[in-house]
Design a protein around this ligand. Structure first.
Ligand SMILES: [Zn+2]
Length: 218
């Protein structure tokens, strides 16, 4: 029950029937929220396209928040599904809110090169130890729940597939250090746009690996 007078199902129906449904009175609010993010990217994974609204705190467990705009976060279908109905039991389980938990002032996403052919990357979270422990845990939970390690590793593999020929040209013409410089410049440019973007972490990791710069990229 919500406020002792409305049932959970009734409150969910307000969202589904009066807001999310095409032509519903609240549909313009729904549309505004869903089209808010720049570049149309899901703010939870920063990669896939926004296709829905995610209930930051699930409506099944927090029906009073079913139509609260601040509880409605534009999201891709995969992130929405991964988060579906997870009811936080402890402070460390509360999902990150992309607008209120401003975690991009500092770096927390990193990657390391795995020496395979083709080279792979392992993405991981290393939150600043100046953050309180709860926030550090929440970022790790966010990363794990949404399966971001796998998503980013897949995207990075595609990126490498697209640039390895060019890196080969640089290596053949001017050597390992030139490859490293090129990757460092790319990392700096990516960091300027997204401090914790997967490309920033990927280019940093590639530039930091002597094995990679020396031909591991092929
Ligand atoms: Zn997403």
């Amino acid at each position: 029950m919500v406020g002792g007078v409305i049932t959970k199902d009734e409150m969910e129906a307000v969202y589904t029937q009066r807001m999310a449904k095409k032509g519903a009175p609240g549909r313009d609010i729904y549309d505004k929220l869903i089209s808010a993010p720049a570049q149309g990217r899901c703010p939870l994974c920063a990669q896939r396209l926004v296709t829905t609204l995610d209930h930051h705190l699930p409506k099944a467990h927090y029906p009073a928040l079913a139509v609260a705009p601040l509880n409605l976060v534009p999201s891709c279908a995969d992130c929405n599904k991964a988060k579906l109905d997870i009811a936080p039991r402890a402070a460390t389980d509360v999902p990150l809110h992309p607008y209120f938990d401003d975690i991009d002032q500092e770096r927390w996403l990193y990657a390391e090169v795995i020496k395979t052919r083709p080279a792979a990357l392992r993405f991981y979270v290393d939150a600043p130890n100046t953050w309180d422990v709860v926030l550090q845990r929440r970022v790790r939970t966010h990363f794990k729940t949404l399966g971001l390690a796998r998503l980013y590793a897949t995207e990075a593999a595609e990126e490498l597939f697209n640039i390895h020929h060019y890196l080969g040209d640089i290596h053949a013409a001017t050597g390992t250090d030139a490859v490293r410089s090129h990757l460092q410049e790319r990392a700096a440019s990516c960091r300027h746009s997204r401090r914790n973007g997967w490309r920033t972490a990927a280019y940093d990791a590639w530039a930091a690996s002597d094995w990679f710069c020396g031909g591991g990229f092929m």
